[in-house]
Design a binder for this molecule. Structure first.
Ligand SMILES: *Cc1c(COP(=O)(O)O)cnc(C)c1O
Length: 457
């Protein structure tokens, strides 16, 4: 064992130590995640069907359950070098504040202008679109982190990007919107009059603030009706977890450098991309029987897909135009309350993580909003970084585990993912500071209602 004082506050890897290939955890899963299903035929989606909507190389990655390593193309690696390797920080100050014998580490992904881990997959998806000779890509964004990341990636590759931004966010988050426009994206408030589905919704509900489901439907419609365009998605899909494995591979390399073996690995879970990426190489060891880890997904009590959902086929979008995915879900008609961690307000969960959770290879906890912000405030004051509300779910769970160690006297190594910064979330912090933040927990009836509407497959 290395003595703790020998470990620096920040463990940086050299550029040459950055991963050269993404790791596909599906290769080590004996029971694979369930395939995407065509709602029309009830059969697994074929590559040809998926290629009408998504880029060809990304479809290959999506469907490949067997190839373990995907080499990262040089152009993507070079882009990564602008903000990677990201630091693995030893939270000495937090440990001292908590008085815990535990050793706490966090992998910080907020060190780029988009402010989150989403850039890791955005650059990959934009790259394959460019390689295919496409003119442009379309996507949706709610809170705006994904749209921002994809705007940066598209600008770098000189690719046209159309972002359907949920109308309430478009109006309430002008800063995010302007960052995207500065990078050259066309940002359209959704619902809009640029698509059939948008026009229809506007006619039915003239004053609507829109929803993520509606924005997805518009982005997909635009892509399939315009030559040279495809649609891209920032979480949930297998390909996104593959790209995000760069987080876990770097984390493992940094820990290995100092001979540290993680005991507990924690991440917040919205669609599952950061958590899936962080745990992939560790889960690989676990699946191969080489090591064991306690892996924890942290979700908001207001949108508890793992802890209160069911494992079933469901629509990925509320508009019901995307393929069906088998996942832990609250039902695509579930309307999560308006909590501030926008990136965690998703009714479903990555099919890969859902299968791993179902096999009991990881566990999940849910936490309430005000507790999350208390943890965020403590972390900001002691570790210096102002965390995103999403990331703060992981902070809260890490603190809880460290306090358990204080009781038992165990010096466990706790590793968590700090996915981003919270500079665009100051309205939420304002509410917290004013003591006006509330918690939302759906009733069993609320959840039962949307689960009763799951498609029959
Ligand atoms: C989008 C987002 C998340 C949640 O998304 P996952 O796909 O579950 O990782 C978490 N943290 C931040 C900062 C985000 O922007």
């Amino acid at each position: 064992m290395t003595k703790s004082t020998e470990i620096p506050y920040k463990i940086y890897l050299e550029e040459s130590e950055m991963p050269k290939a993404w790791y596909n955890v599906r290769a080590d899963m004996k029971k694979k995640p369930a395939p995407l299903v065509n709602p029309g035929t009830g059969k697994p989606m074929t590559a040809a069907e998926l290629e009408a909507v998504f880029c060809a190389d990304l479809v290959k990655q999506e469907l490949d359950n067997d190839t373990r390593d995907f080499p990262i193309p040089d152009d993507i690696r070079n882009f990564y070098k602008m903000y990677r390797p990201s630091p693995l920080v030893r939270a000495y100050c937090l440990e001292e504040k908590l008085g815990t014998p535990a050793h706490i580490y966090y992998k910080f992904e907020g060190n780029n202008t988009s402010g989150s881990h989403k850039l890791n997959s955005a650059i990959a998806q934009a790259y394959y679109a460019k390689k295919q000779g496409l003119k442009g890509i379309t996507t949706e964004t709610g809170a705006g982190q994904w749209g921002t990341a994809l705007s940066m990636a598209s600008a770098y590759l000189d690719l046209d990007l159309i972002v359907y931004m949920v109308k309430v966010s478009y109006e309430q988050k002008p800063f995010r919107r302007e960052v995207m426009r500065t990078y050259g994206s066309r940002v359209i408030a959704s619902p809009s009059d640029t698509t059939n589905v948008g026009r229809k919704i506007l006619e039915e509900f003239p004053g609507t603030g829109g929803s993520l489901g509606c924005a997805i439907s518009e982005a997909v419609e635009y892509a399939v009706t315009h030559e040279g365009y495809r649609y891209v998605l920032g979480s949930v899909l297998n390909q996104v977890l593959l790209h995000q494995s760069v987080i876990g591979l770097e984390t493992k390399a940094a820990l290995d450098k100092y001979g540290v073996k993680a005991d507990i690995i924690i991440g917040c879970a919205g669609g599952g991309s950061n958590l899936g990426g962080l745990i992939s190489p560790f889960m690989g060891q676990k699946l191969r029987g080489e090591a064991d880890y306690d892996i924890i997904a942290v979700e908001p009590a207001s949108c508890p897909s793992f802890t209160r959902g069911v494992y079933a086929y469901d629509f990925c979008d509320t508009g019901k135009i995307c393929p069906l995915a088998k996942m832990y879900t609250l039902g695509s008609s579930f309307m999560p309350s308006p909590i501030h961690a926008g990136g965690l307000r998703y009714h479903g969960m990555s099919p890969i993580l859902s299968e791993l959770y179902d096999q009991k290879l990881m566990r999940a906890v849910s936490v309430e909003q005000t507790e999350v912000f208390k943890a965020a405030q403590m972390f900001a004051r002691i570790e210096g970084i102002l965390p995103a509300p999403e990331s703060s779910h992981a902070i809260k769970a890490a603190i809880d585990e460290a306090l358990k160690c204080k009781e038992t006297g165990e010096a466990k190594n706790i590793v968590f993912g700090l996915t981003g910064t919270g500079y665009f979330d100051m309205v939420a912090y304002g509410q917290f500071n004013d003591g006006k933040m509330t918690d939302f927990i759906p009733s069993d009836e609320d959840i039962a209602k949307s689960i009763a509407l799951l498609p029959k497959v």
